[in-house]
Design a protein around this ligand. Structure first.
Ligand code: ADP
Length: 395
């Protein structure tokens, strides 16, 4: 590196949000600032910039009709926090690597061609992520760009867990179970191993419960099973995504409502989950506030907890037992009541919450002496991207 402070920029583009962080590279990464824009594509988009040195937040309205339109205000807000000319690499979260990209890799023209080809695997995320990579290629032509794939963490899943029981010709086209939230899971395993090295080597369930929600079963540090499959719509019910459904529903709605693929995609990704069940809000906080007044809100919360509990049982079976359960992301980190409801009835597995520790959002929330250690660990996908990029280009 010929710069004094090599900077790494991370980009994490969600379906309607964009998060970015600026790090100083090194064996100890230092985050200078984070910026995030929410509600892209609607009116009332806002950007929050946090100076990580002072802890100060700045919030302002931005015009954000598309993700591309967010790049200028984002970079403008970061330019006071570090010399953008010192950016030596840009790391992108890319949700799907498809069959060709099983590990994180530097962006090439061939990769972009392949990502465009598999765009229909995940039309919510991939086109936006490709646009961002192209935009940063133009802005920083000499800085390498690195694609950090959410699917990469699950490449260790046994073949049996990857196969979808449909005709084999689809597997040859890349249709299989992949799993997602891999950057979050990699970060959480790193943290768990740092905090309690023996736990990291055991049988672990990681529960990433945010707007998107999934769980992963990890044995000896390797993913062996996860709730999501070919796309991030599957598995647990989420804020707006349905999670697993009966495949027979597709044909039923096509016949009875003439529902086409676009409509079905919109329904299961934007109108389902907590929002669809409650017909009120996709935010669990709103539903908890309303559950005593509105049975639809109460049922939505109960279905979410029931399905999460059921999946913990299934993943424990895949692992052949359970040593550690980790809660993370918006709901997992901040909602004691949901953690308690998910764990209620899992005593047979050795999962027992300590009410006081849980209420206090303590790091370790299990009862002393119970078989499974239950932990709350905040996730940080941006840090995982920066670490991956530095490991790849730092030397
Ligand atoms: P994303 O998946 O978009 O990154 P987050 O991980 O930040 O989202 O999670 C956001 C969600 O977390 C919100 O929609 C909200 O439902 C939930 N959440 C945040 N804080 C709480 C809380 N105290 N109680 C219940 N739910 C919460």
């Amino acid at each position: 590196m010929d710069t004094k402070e090599p900077l790494i920029l991370t980009m994490n583009g969600g379906s309607s949000s964009l998060k970015s962080s600026l790090y100083v590279g090194g064996s100890q990464l230092k985050c200078l600032a984070t910026a995030s824009i929410e509600r892209i594509g609607t009116t009332g988009s806002t950007m929050i910039m946090t100076d990580r040195t002072t802890g100060k937040n700045e919030k302002r309205a931005v015009n954000a009709p598309t993700h591309g339109a967010c790049v200028e205000p984002l970079m403008d807000s970061l330019k006071d926090k570090g010399n953008l000319g010192d950016i030596v690499a840009v790391g992108h979260r890319v949700v799907h690597g498809g069959p060709a990209y099983r590990t994180h890799a530097r962006v090439t023209m061939d990769m972009l061609t392949e990502l465009r080809r598999i765009g229909p695997y995940d039309p919510e995320h991939l086109p936006v992520e490709i646009d961002l990579i192209e935009e940063f290629g133009r802005r920083f032509p000499s800085a390498p760009q690195v694609a950090c794939f959410d699917t990469a963490f699950h490449r260790t899943m046994p073949r049996i867990a990857q196969i979808l029981p449909i005709p084999r010709r689809y597997a040859e086209m890349g249709v299989q179970r992949y799993g997602f939230h891999g950057l979050s899971y990699a970060f959480l395993m790193n943290e768990l191993t740092r905090i309690a090295p023996d736990k990291g080597e055991g049988r672990v369930i990681l529960a990433h419960l945010g707007n998107g929600a999934s769980m992963a079963a990890v044995s000896k540090g390797q993913s062996v099973e996860t709730t999501m499959g070919f796309t991030p719509t599957s598995g647990l019910p989420m804020s707006r995504r349905s999670g697993d459904l009966d495949p027979g529903l597709v044909a039923y709605l096509a016949r009875t409502e003439r529902m086409d693929a676009e409509r079905f995609h919109a329904m299961v990704n934007k109108e389902s989950g907590l929002l669809g069940m409650s017909e009120y809000s996709s935010d669990l906080r709103d539903l908890l506030e309303r559950e005593s007044l509105d049975s639809r809100a109460a049922e939505a919360v109960e279905v979410f907890c029931y399905q999460a509990r059921k999946w913990i049982g299934a993943l424990a079976a895949a692992l052949g037992g359970l040593d550690t359960l980790v809660f993370s992301a918006g709901i997992g980190e901040h909602s004691p009541v949901i953690r308690a409801r998910i764990c209620a009835g899992l005593g047979f597995l050795g999962v027992e919450i300590d009410a006081a520790r849980n209420e206090a959002n303590a790091r370790m929330i299990s009862r002393d002496g119970c078989r499974v250690t239950i932990m709350v660990i905040p996730t940080d996908e941006e840090q995982e991207i920066a670490r991956t990029v530095w490991a790849m280009i730092g030397s």
